[in-house]
Write a protein that binds this ligand. Structure first.
Ligand code: GDP
Length: 247
């Protein structure tokens, strides 16, 4: 559980890490084209049209980083984006965002689906640097069979994941509460799913800062600079000290 007292600081730190330069690295149609596993990766999965590109843009505060993924021919590939640090001389980024192919597209030929499944499965199973995995679900529709299949695939690959409800601005608060509750109940039945469900709107910015914290926290896995981490931890300590004095 995140101490609510620390949340604004964590959000500021996470937002800073996401605000560095973001560069499209490559598109991998097959495993042999994956980048060298030297940097932590955060993978984004979801049905086509779930709002994946919009969420990637919102997290990084960009307008169109995920444009490459809508280029014809790239929708069935794993698209990698480097998130770096401004004026960093280190050639390696802090972490990478991995835009997974959208699933559940209507009338896809069986061969295409099989190819997709095998690429995704092998990536998820064998990627040592895979640090966080997000399964995006449209809040208007809730979990569909294809999402459940994806969750089962992740359970079997022993990859833990968080469910993110998207486009929450499109439904009423009461409907959102109901879909969140239902999704959380289903998540409990999946061994590798986090119990907490994230509610987001890329359009309105809701839940974006909290999601940045959730994916980056705890930070030591990020290739953040030592000074950045030390400064951040110093701030947290100060808050704890202040609270102790105040109580
Ligand atoms: P992708 O296919 O999963 O990458 O989905 P996109 O990000 O391209 O979004 C699909 C559609 O949903 C687009 O028309 C977006 O403008 C819309 N969309 C995405 N996120 C949101 C959101 O948070 N709120 C609203 N109202 N629309 C959204």
């Amino acid at each position: 559980m995140i101490d609510p007292e620390d949340q604004p600081l964590r959000e500021a730190a996470a937002s800073k890490l996401f605000s560095g330069p973001v560069d499209f690295l490559l598109s991998a149609p097959q495993l042999q084209f994956l980048p060298e596993p030297l940097v932590p990766e955060i993978a984004f999965c979801g049905r086509s049209n779930v709002g994946k590109s919009s969420l990637l843009n919102a997290l990084t505060g960009r307008r169109a980083i995920a444009r490459a993924s809508v280029t014809p021919g790239r929708t069935q590939e794993l698209n990698f984006f480097d998130v770096g640090r401004p004026e960093d001389e280190d050639p390696l980024p802090l972490f990478r965002l991995v835009d997974m192919p959208g699933y559940g597209f209507a009338k896809a030929p069986v061969k295409v689906v099989e190819k997709w499944k095998s690429l995704v499965k092998s990536y998820l199973r064998g990627r040592q640097v895979l640090s966080r995995t997000l399964v995006l679900v449209d809040s208007r529709h809730g979990l569909k069979q294809v999402d459940r299949d994806m969750m089962t695939m992740l359970d079997e690959a022993a990859v833990s994941y968080r469910i993110v409800l998207t486009k929450t601005d499109k439904i009423k608060a009461s409907e959102l509460a109901a879909v969140a509750e239902k999704t959380a109940a289903e998540a409990k039945k999946h061994v590798a799913a986090y119990p907490d469900i994230h509610l987001t709107s890329a359009e309105k910015g809701m839940g974006i800062a909290a999601l940045r914290v959730a994916v980056l926290w705890p930070m030591p896995w990020v290739r953040a600079g030592r000074e950045e981490r030390a400064a951040f931890e110093g701030q947290i300590k100060q808050i704890h000290k202040r609270d102790r004095v105040g109580s």
